[in-house]
Design a protein around this ligand. Structure first.
Ligand code: CUA
Length: 322
């Protein structure tokens, strides 16, 4: 019996060790390396709570094991009564007061740090910008202050306060905008605008939807490209000057169409290769703006320019294929 327990214990410990190293590759269950002040403060709060909960866990489980060993039956007959214990005022006061103190410390710290996570620091117009983040089945669209748009890739200025107005159209469903390195999740709710922000150095950061929003939820990925302020200004100026660009069309294809369609075979939706609709802006516009059958109205607020950009890219993509 004792040997069986020992073997079981060793197997469990081994499994736990392996699990720990397997998870460590991508940070495991710990927060990713933060690149924005709000993400840093979120991680700080995580570690403060982790320290207290770890102490409580080790204390409670340790006491459990010690007491189980100490008061085990041993050589006593099965029918004999165990040790009779009655109350301990000191212990009872302790296990009431200590948890209250722990909760008070955690609560105070969290409420102290919360404003620095939720609220963007004030910044001049030259050191900040506001980007609207639109969640749709199944892509992210970004609207810049000069009315330029991008799909699937947000471009943002480095070391500036980037305010994000996160929303979804009235006709869509719930999504949740999440760039783990740049802060917490924020819901994209139809008909309502939520606010978050970040301030990050030059770099590329992965973003994703973190609310189950339909069949292709897992494909609702995006990238945040943080560039110098000059490069950011140049990007949105170029976009505004070339509203039907192939570059925009490629983003729309990759992040909107290709999420559910392939060129050469049926996927979630029918194959799009050789589909005459894609070269007719007017007919394509009707489909994108109204949806059809199971297809959502993915382009319900797209401009004619955005649809022309998609047609331009599709023609280039299928050039030579007839
Ligand atoms: Cu959008 Cu999940």
């Amino acid at each position: 019996m004792r040997r069986k327990a020992l073997v079981l214990g060793v197997v469990c410990a081994g499994a736990l060790l392996l699990a720990a190293s397997a998870l460590a590759g991508n940070g495991g269950t710990l927060p990713v390396t933060p690149h924005s002040p709000n993400a840093r403060n979120t991680r700080e709060a995580y570690y403060v709570v982790l320290v207290f909960t770890a102490i409580v866990f080790v204390g409670v489980e340790g006491a459990l094991i010690v007491l189980m060993a100490k008061y085990r039956r041993g050589k006593r007959a099965r029918t004999a009564d165990g040790l009779q214990l009655h109350g301990s005022t000191r212990l009872e006061v302790l296990w009431t007061v200590v948890p209250v103190i722990i909760l008070a410390v955690i609560g105070t710290f969290v409420f102290y740090i919360l404003p620095s996570i939720a609220n963007a620091p004030s910044a001049s117009a030259a050191n900040s910008t506001t980007i609207k983040v639109e969640g749709r089945q199944f892509y992210w669209m970004f609207h810049y202050p000069n009315d330029a748009v991008s799909v699937g890739t947000m471009v943002a200025p480095a070391d500036n306060i980037v305010n994000e107005d996160v929303f979804a159209p009235d006709t869509d469903v719930l999504h949740s905008w999440w760039v783990p390195q740049l802060g917490g999740k924020i819901d994209a709710i139809p008909g309502r605008t939520n606010h978050t922000w970040f301030k990050a150095p030059v770099g590329t950061y992965a973003a994703r939807c973190s609310d189950l929003c339909g069949i292709q939820h897992t494909m609702m990925l995006a990238t945040v490209q943080v560039k110098s302020r000059a490069d950011y200004e140049k990007f949105i100026a170029d976009r505004a000057a070339n509203p039907t660009s192939v570059a925009l069309g490629k983003e729309e294809w990759d992040h909107v169409c290709a999420v559910c369609h392939r060129l050469d075979s049926a996927y979630i939706g029918p194959s799009l290769g050789g589909n005459p609709l894609l070269t007719h802006p007017d007919r394509l516009a009707v489909l994108l703006r109204n949806g059809f059958g199971r297809m959502p109205a993915v382009g319900s607020d797209w401009t004619d320019d955005q649809i022309a950009a998609l047609v331009a890219y599709y023609k280039e993509l299928t050039k030579g294929n007839g």
